[in-house]
Design a protein around this ligand. Structure first.
Ligand SMILES: NC(=O)c1ccc[n+]([C@@H]2O[C@H](COP(=O)([O-])OP(=O)(O)OC[C@H]3O[C@@H](n4cnc5c(N)ncnc54)[C@H](O)[C@@H]3O)[C@@H](O)[C@H]2O)c1
Length: 363
């Protein structure tokens, strides 16, 4: 790593914007110059958080200063998907490098436009797909590449939590399997090192919302690997004590490797042909520290680190998440539960201060 400090502007100061700011406060390679949000209460919260962190930055309701200030090296785009394309267009026009949240836009055709625009700009850009830099996934992939598991045969990924409920936020990001599930679509593709070939998706319309809030998709990759992804924010939403179920299960022709976590600690177990390894370490959550360090290093070297996902990879994950949702639409979409239960869930989440995927207005 170099010694230069890069200067950033955060656009969108909700849950993710705050996470970035807190990481910047601890980071040796980044300073914050501006924070922008269209919501006055988010701007107030930004001022409070800057104070708490002993940082100074201009908090804005308009982006003119950000895009006209030559000091800004990169913009961090953490608003919602419906405003992202416009922000990326402005960043490219102003020559600002980009760290963006997923998805790149609320429409897949716009995502591909953005991919092209940025690819032709000569700027550096990456997307926050934190599972690719999670220590446990790197360890699973290393086990796979080492030959300890034989040939990769099956990838099983499950992520079910009592997280963001239907109608609670993130509307432009689409149904749960697009908003959150695209991370697991990306992970499966990254692990298989191949393209999706066939699929069949089954959804379930929880609480009569009108969209699947749980989805299971299985199918094959071009290289013959089989996948099975299950994702939903439907897991015991009204349980007295909240819980979740998350695992990655990598099945080879000779051995297996798997990971589970409780959002605090992740445990990897590798049962290879010559060794068994069990490793337990802090989970790492969104790995924004890793992202900021790798992006600073990329700016220093004027070349995107191969450890960082490209915009194209994010658009691929988004496109397949949409395709799997479309497939689920063609199959039976049963309804379980009712709107009254959904109301109870949303009411309960609005009073929780510790829970899964709570947006700030819920805290
Ligand atoms: N990579 C990940 O693991 C991950 C996890 C959670 C969320 N996300 C993504 O991050 C983004 C933000 O999610 P969040 O949970 O922080 O949402 P949030 O609702 O908490 O925050 C969004 C903020 O953006 C602001 N905003 C909306 N439109 C704006 C605009 N045009 N200009 C400036 N500000 C604007 C809102 O006022 C709000 O403060 C979403 O796109 C989501 O998909 C990614």
């Amino acid at each position: 790593m170099g010694t230069r400090k890069f200067k950033a502007a955060i656009i969108g100061f909700g849950r993710m914007g705050e996470l970035y700011l807190r990481e910047i406060a601890k980071n040796n390679y980044w300073d914050i110059l501006y924070i922008l949000d269209i919501d006055p209460s988010a701007r107030d919260f930004a001022e409070k958080t800057l104070n708490e962190l002993s940082l100074t930055a201009q908090v804005l309701s308009d982006d003119t200063a950000i895009f006209s200030d030559p000091e800004v090296d990169a913009v961090i785009l953490t608003a919602l998907a419906d405003s992202r394309m416009g922000q990326i267009e402005k960043a490219v026009a102003a020559g600002k490098n980009i760290i963006t949240e997923k998805p790149l836009s609320d429409k897949i055709e716009n995502e591909w436009q953005v991919v092209k625009l940025v690819a032709n700009s000569g700027l550096l850009a990456t997307v926050n797909l934190p599972l690719r830099n999670a220590w446990y996934n790197l360890m699973l992939r290393d086990a796979l590449r080492s030959g300890e598991l034989g040939d990769l045969a099956i990838i099983r990924i499950c992520h079910m939590t009592p997280g963001l409920a239907p109608g609670e936020g993130h509307a432009p990001e689409g149904p749960c399997f697009h908003d959150c599930g695209l991370h697991y679509v990306d992970l499966a593709r990254w692990m298989a090192e191949s393209e999706f070939k066939t699929w069949h998706a089954q959804g379930l319309d929880f609480w009569d919302y009108g969209e699947p809030w749980w989805l299971n998709c299985h199918g094959t990759f071009e290289n013959g690997v089989v996948f099975d992804i299950t994702q939903g924010h439907i897991y015991g939403q009204l349980a007295k004590d909240l819980t979740h179920l998350s695992y990655n299960d990598i099945i080879g022709t000779k051995g297996v490797a798997r990971m589970t976590h409780d959002f605090k600690t992740a445990v990897v177990e590798i049962h290879g042909v010559t060794k068994t390894i069990v490793e337990e370490r802090p989970f790492g959550d969104k790995n924004i520290d890793i992202l900021l360090n790798l992006f600073a290093d990329s700016l220093e070297k004027k070349s995107l680190s191969p450890l960082l996902p490209t915009l194209r990879e994010a658009a691929m994950a988004s496109e397949y998440a949409w395709r799997f949702l479309e497939d689920a639409d063609k199959n039976d979409l049963p309804v379980r539960g009712d709107k009254k239960t959904l109301k109870s869930i949303i009411n309960r989440r609005s009073t929780l201060n510790k829970g899964y995927g709570l947006l700030r207005h819920n805290k």
